[in-house]
Design a protein around this ligand. Structure first.
Ligand code: ADP
Length: 871
């Protein structure tokens, strides 16, 4: 039975209320609060019972048939919500807006929040080490704007693009932030390149909205004031600018879905002013920056190597620094100098890390404060963190470098918060205010008075018990308490005849009877009234404390950011000490010079073979392209990735795995690596390879770093070599490119490029032949490889000896044929030469034997004609 095909007027009033709310949230699952449960009815119940494997029951709804129903307990709803969101659903939460005990008839209900993948705030549903971005993506003609917000931390980013690179730039930002939810307008959907990327490459939930949903005319300041942003003007945005559309689209959506979230966002980071290194989707994946290509795991990624953060905020910032390397040399140097100071003082570093160990997630705690969902323990965590800050500031004050000093300046000790919370809250508050016992004795006089009544109350009850015992002579008389009868006097069977007349019987049990008296009732009212009052007063005080902390949002946010930065710098320093990294020299002359560089991940992952370090020298002149030849499995890919990773590490401000490194800032890193077969997207390996190459030649500049691994491999040998050659020629000679390039190939035919193109240098991976076997030396040496060693590598890989033997004899035959063909060609050339020689000598001979002075015109003409036959 579904809502669509029933007569709503016949429904019970409550079901009519349900139907009315559901109409507004047709595309959502409606969690309808009923007592201690969120119930779902009709089609939602059918769907959810299946998705979450819940029992499907029914409820009388006024019709003959019962309405299908299933439910989840409200206190444990996060688990169910998480599963539904992960399965791609959106959930509207409909709460009772009045206490049912205060209502006559139907309890009013309202949707208080819509839960979508991009608007999560529950820590149980979020990954503490990653940001969770919601993105509004608005396009008009060739212009695009992206506004991204993480509701759980409060950060907002804004981008605007125009011109022919719009789609590409937008795709780069989507790869960088990988938002969990994207709001788009029709123009985005119609852009083939972008919609294919969103559909195929990133895991995200997409909402197609009307253009009007983005239009500032429809929202203007009403939406923006919700977020402490007063107007578009204050953001420096014109109402008709494309960015204004993205900003309004995003905030209007948050406003609609998060009704209670007020003032969480404070500042929008605009990215047009401060460019960063561009790393496309492919390079990000191939270089395994935050997860491995194959298993999508952190272990084995660059992030894993440099990740030694102590706080969740630092963890998230480390990831975002890694995803956005800097290109401003001064900023990179500031970070490197800070890391150097920390590396040089391991004692201070250890102490700072210890303090950071006690720092909680200020950003997400503040979101819960703003959301009014912070628990007493959350508030206590904020205060405990604040108490650590003076110590942190003291440690930092020992450093005089620019960045650490600046961080220290931005960290506030948050005294106002810690003073208030430490005075107001007990040392170990309960998880829920409703449990009571949150506020400390001595903080509020009224509360202390009420508490005295309770503790005095215990004395009153004891007095009554004593007195009654004496008066009645019932030795076993005692006073107990339960929820149903309140306080009662209990008399055991053997004393029944001593029960006085003023005792009012309440309950008879096997061995005893329970009574109340007027005096006991009066005492009970005083005590219970006081404990009710205590609970509501505690709640009131707690709300005041929480609301005060909410007023400190900006200062806590700034502190949180600075603490996170310190944490990342310490994390870099720790990695540098642990793995023996050096401080790179940052340059702008286009030179990358690395001595004994190592691959940061392979050197740690590899246990059976010692990692062999290698040098690199690239510049913008005669060393712009290194052609690296060598057999498969010899270490070409590892070497090239190592150069890219060292460059990237330097530009995020981290020390690098090398004895020495001079790194000239690069604007983009491109990769075309290995067989990243994208069969799921319906593309063959070769197509992927070629479209990656196309992307590189279209977008690389002279300041980029390009890594090409085996271009042209996915097709026939001649095609492959031809493509590989022409791509390298184009990259190394085209005026707009000429960028630093590492090009690995097993086509050793390509070593001739060194002689033909300026800027190309040959390198190879050294291999030692030992009889029939080869040994990889892993050393990159000048000069090209002389052969491919394909069969030897196949043997190393364990191909049966019969196949190896046959391959060898085939190779022998092919080589013999090639030699024969070469000899024939040489002979043909020789013939050509001797024929030329013969003709020359005939002509000379004839000229010598003839006296042209004796010839008349006709004879002369005939003679020349004859000679011309030999020329
Ligand atoms: P290729 O690209 O030439 O096929 P790879 O770069 O994939 O070769 O290297 C093959 C393996 O060799 C790697 O998985 C790694 O274990 C090992 N290797 C590569 N470079 C080194 C090195 N410099 N030192 C030690 N082992 C290395």
């Amino acid at each position: 039975m579904t809502l669509k095909d029933i007569d709503e007027s016949k429904l019970t009033p409550m079901m009519q209320q349900y139907a009315a709310v559901k109409k507004k949230y047709k595309n959502h699952i409606l969690f309808y609060r009923l007592g201690d449960f969120y119930e779902m009815f009709f089609e939602d119940a059918l769907l959810v019972s299946k998705e979450l494997e819940l029992t499907l029951t029914g409820r009388d709804c006024g019709l003959e048939e019962r309405a299908p129903m299933c439910g989840v307990p409200y206190h444990a709803c996060d688990v169910y919500l998480k599963k539904l969101i992960e399965k791609g659903h959106m959930v509207a939460i409909c709460e009772q807006t009045k206490d049912p005990s205060e209502c006559q008839g139907l309890v009013p209900r309202e949707v208080i929040r819509v839960v979508t993948p991009g608007t999560l705030i529950e820590s149980s549903m979020l990954d503490e080490s990653s940001n969770n971005y919601l993105c509004a993506f608005y396009m008009k003609a060739k212009e695009a704007s992206l506004c991204l917000a993480d509701i759980s931390t409060g950060e907002v980013h804004l981008f605007e693009f125009s011109g022919k690179d719009t789609a590409n730039s937008a795709i780069n930002e989507l790869s960088r932030f990988s938002p969990s939810e994207i709001l788009i307008n029709d123009a985005v959907l119609s852009n083939k390149e972008i919609s294919a990327f969103i559909r195929e490459k990133i895991k995200t939930s997409v909402q197609l909205l009307e253009d009007a949903d983005f239009d500032p005319e429809h929202h203007t300041d009403e939406v923006l004031t919700q977020f402490s942003v007063n107007s578009l003007d204050s953001l420096g945005l014109k109402a008709d600018s494309i960015s204004a559309f993205a900003v309004c689209g995003l905030f209007a959506y948050i406003h609609d879905t998060q009704k209670a979230l007020v003032g969480r966002f404070s500042e929008i980071t605009r990215h047009d002013a401060d460019p960063i290194m561009t790393i496309g989707f492919t390079a990000r994946r191939n270089l395994e920056l935050t997860e491995t290509l194959r298993n999508k795991q952190k272990k084995g990624s660059l992030l894993w190597v440099i990740s030694n953060t102590k706080t969740s905020m630092g963890n998230r910032m480390l990831k975002s620094w890694l995803e956005q390397p800097l290109i401003n040399p001064a900023k990179i140097i500031d970070r490197l100098n800070a890391v150097e100071q920390l590396v040089r003082d391991p004692v201070a570093l250890g102490e700072i890390k210890e303090v950071l160990g006690g720092v909680y997630d200020l950003e997400r705690l503040m979101t819960r404060v703003m959301y009014k969902s912070a628990s007493p323990r959350d508030i206590k965590s904020l205060s405990l963190t604040a108490l650590k800050l003076p110590d942190l500031k003291k440690q930092l004050s020992a450093f005089d470098g620019k960045l650490l000093k600046d961080c220290n300046r931005r960290i506030s000790t948050l005294d106002a918060i810690s003073n208030l919370v430490e005075n107001a809250l007990v040392d170990e508050p309960p998880a829920n205010v409703k449990d009571g016992g949150v506020i400390r004795d001595g903080f509020n006089e009224q509360l202390d008075g009420l508490r005295n009544i309770i503790s005095g109350g215990k004395g009153i009850i004891d007095d009554i018990a004593e007195r009654e015992k004496e008066k009645t002579g019932i030795k076993t008389l005692k006073i107990g308490y339960n929820r149903v009868f309140g306080y009662y006097i209990e008399v055991t069977k053997s004393y029944y005849d001593l029960i006085p007349d003023n005792y009012i019987r309440k309950q008879t049990l096997t061995n005893c009877e329970r009574f109340i008296t007027d005096e006991l009732k009066v005492a009970e009212n005083t005590i219970l009234g006081a404990s009710d009052k205590i609970l509501s007063l505690e709640q009131e005080i707690f709300t005041e404390v929480r609301d005060f902390i909410a007023t400190q949002l900006r200062i806590v946010q700034d502190t949180a950011t600075a603490v996170a930065e310190v944490d990342v710098l310490c994390s870099y320093a720790t990695a540098a000490i642990k793995n023996n990294y050096t401080k790179p020299e940052i340059a702008i002359d286009g030179i990358i010079n690395i001595k004994n560089g190592r691959h940061p991940v392979v050197e740690l992952m590899q246990t059976d073979e010692v990692f062999v370090p290698n040098d690199t020298y690239l510049d913008l002149g005669s060393n712009r392209m290194s052609v690296i030849t060598g057999p498969n499995m010899s270490g070409k890919s590892t070497y090239m990735r190592q150069v890219a990773l060292i460059t990237l590490m330097a530009q995020i401000g981290c020390f690098v795995p090398a004895d020495y490194a001079k790194i000239s800032v690069v604007d983009q890193i491109f990769t075309r690596i290995g067989a990243s077969d994208d069969l799921t997207a319906g593309q063959s390996t070769f197509m992927v390879e070629m479209s990656e190459v196309a992307d590189i030649v279209k977008h690389a500049t002279k300041d980029s770093l390009v890594i090409l691994d085996e271009v042209g491999r996915g097709t026939s040998t001649f095609d492959g070599i031809a493509i590989a050659r022409s791509v390298s020629e184009y990259i190394s000679t085209s005026r707009s490119l000429g960028c630093k390039t590492l090009f690995a190939t097993h086509y050793h035919e390509l070593i001739s490029l060194e002689d033909e193109l300026t800027g190309v240098k040959n390198y190879s991976v050294a291999v030692k032949r030992q009889g029939d076997n080869i040994k990889f030396l892993r050393k990159i040496v000048p000069g090209g490889a002389d052969e491919s060693y394909g069969i030897e590598v196949a043997k190393l890989a364990g191909l049966p000896s019969k196949i190896i033997g046959r391959a060898k004899s085939l190779l022998g035959e092919m080589e013999a044929e090639a030699i024969k063909a070469k000899a024939a060609a040489a002979k043909a050339d020789a013939d050509q030469i001797s024929f030329d020689k013969i003709s020359d000598s005939i002509v000379t001979d004839k000229l010598r034997k003839t006296n042209i002075d004796e010839m008349n015109d006709e004879e002369l003409r005939a003679f020349v004609k004859d000679l011309l036959r030999y020329v």
